[in-house]
Write a protein that binds this ligand. Structure first.
Ligand SMILES: [Zn+2]
Length: 466
């Protein structure tokens, strides 16, 4: 009998804020010296009081609305109590039974993944162990720069069925978070942390198996590989008469395996109770509606529109709509007269890999010249990056360099003949059936005549060789 994989995702995202969740400390960059962004509140000193960060609430609310969540009228913060050296207060302020939002959905590749809740909490500090590995460490240090940094926790229902789906879900979630400006969601900086919980069951059955939760995952690739490993581990265990233990497991990138970290705690272990130092949060309904109305078009909708209205391929639309800057550049350039398909192609191949954005009006000007075959693609590329650097218009740059594309066969014939005369070996190779030798000749021709229309040049060479 086949196994079915069941995955739910818990994703922690750092919202875009200047300060921490409950104090005025600025949010530190990863490389700043330890314990330089701390105060008596985030250090948990007695007699201090927390205050809620409005920007964090706003980012969380925008995220909840983008995920079509219901926004309950009453929400509050709770204390989650546990002892750990990176938690100076001895508790984390989180949300337990009345989260800010519930019952949302994120559509991934046409599949609806239900969102159970999106809530706000604070991050913990970080332990730094001297030595290679924890069990070899001779000393451990505590850095509290991250203690109290706001975090949104986005919890899905166990609706994902494979490592591919889990990875695509996390990528789509990041795309949405960036599009609405809720977070930069940079995984390398720890701003987005995905924690999948994984179980398997016999195909066709409904009861959930015992799940394990994976931690320490810092890339989409690692997420994918860790899930594949864990599914395989559980399957082998169950097929050989073993049982899966509910626990938290780490992912070791070096050893490419998951390992047991600690047995899973249950909610009652945390002795949750309402945070006595904060009032219940009653959000103004008009403010929520303002946020809802101000949400930009979501990536999935934009993607579909680029396909249906502009005729882009699904692949082009996915790359362009994944980045709001690229999508805005594309649409503004098209509105200013740029031809849609060549411009989409240009953005995918030249702009997305380099991240260099040109003024949309200039892009429209350049794409119009390219489409009219006034210039070659190589020349367009030169002009593009020169325009980005200097701020001058593509038309000026093209005129100054004398860029033009020669499509007139008679103009190119003399050069083509010279290339054939100068490369007898390539010519002989081509005539003996090695058709790729044509490319060598074409490259020679384009070195001598960069303005040559590649298609015309190719046809001309073929004609002369036959
Ligand atoms: Zn502080």
């Amino acid at each position: 009998m086949d196994w079915e994989t069941v995955i739910g995702m818990e994703v922690h995202v750092q919202p875009k804020t200047h300060s921490k969740m409950f104090c005025g400390c600025s949010v530190a960059d990863v490389n700043e010296p330890p314990n330089t962004h701390v105060c008596e509140i985030c250090l948990g000193m007695p007699g201090t009081l927390p205050a809620i960060n409005r920007a964090a609430v706003e980012a969380c609310m925008k995220t909840a609305l983008a995920l079509s969540c219901e926004i309950p009228r009453h929400t509050k913060f709770d204390r989650k109590n546990y002892m750990y050296p990176d938690l100076p207060k001895g508790y984390q302020i989180s949300q337990y039974d009345l989260p800010m939002s519930v019952n949302g959905v994120l559509e991934v590749d046409g599949r609806k993944v239900r969102i159970r809740r999106v809530h706000l909490e604070e991050d913990t500090g970080k332990l730094v162990h001297a030595g290679d590995k924890l069990h070899k460490a001779w000393e451990s240090y505590v850095d509290l720069n991250r203690a109290g940094v706001p975090l949104m926790e986005i919890v899905s229902e166990p609706d994902l069925r494979s490592a591919d789906e889990a990875r695509d879900y996390a990528i789509e979630l990041r795309t949405v978070l960036r599009a609405i400006g809720a977070s930069e969601a940079d995984m390398e900086k720890g701003q987005l942390r995905a924690e999948p919980n994984i179980s398997i069951r016999r195909a066709g059955t409904d009861a959930l198996g015992v799940k394990t939760e994976l931690k320490n995952i810092n890339s989409f690739r690692a997420l994918h590989r860790a899930i594949l490993y864990e599914v395989d581990r559980q399957q082998k265990l169950l097929e050989t008469g073993g049982t899966v233990v509910q626990e938290t497991r780490g992912w070791s990138e070096d050893e490419e395996r998951t390992f047991s970290q600690r047995s899973k705690e249950f909610a009652e272990d945390y002795r949750y109770f309402p945070e006595p130092d904060l009032p219940p949060l009653e959000l103004d309904r008009a403010w929520i509606e303002e946020l809802r109305a101000a949400l930009p078009e979501l990536p999935a909708i934009r993607r579909a529109r680029l396909v249906s209205q502009h005729g882009l391929t699904a692949g082009q639309a996915a790359i362009i709509s994944a980045d709001r800057d690229l999508a805005d550049l594309y649409e503004t350039a098209v509105m200013q007269g740029a031809p849609p398909l060549p411009t989409a192609n240009w953005i995918v191949n030249e702009v997305a890999p380099t991240g260099k954005l040109l003024d949309p009006a200039y892009l429209a000007e350049l794409m119009t010249m390219l489409q009219a075959k006034d210039i070659t693609r190589d020349q367009a590329r030169e002009a593009y990056f020169e325009s980005v650097e200097t701020g001058r218009t593509p038309a000026e740059i093209v005129a100054e360099h004398g860029y033009r594309q020669v499509s007139d066969e008679s103009e190119l014939r003399v050069i083509a003949e010279a290339v054939i005369d100068a490369n007898p070996k390539a010519v002989a190779d081509y005539r003996s059936g090695k058709t790729q030798a044509l490319n060598a000749l074409l490259n020679e021709l384009r070195k001598k005549a960069p303005q040559a229309n590649p298609k015309v040049a190719r046809e001309l060479l073929l004609k002369l060789l036959s």
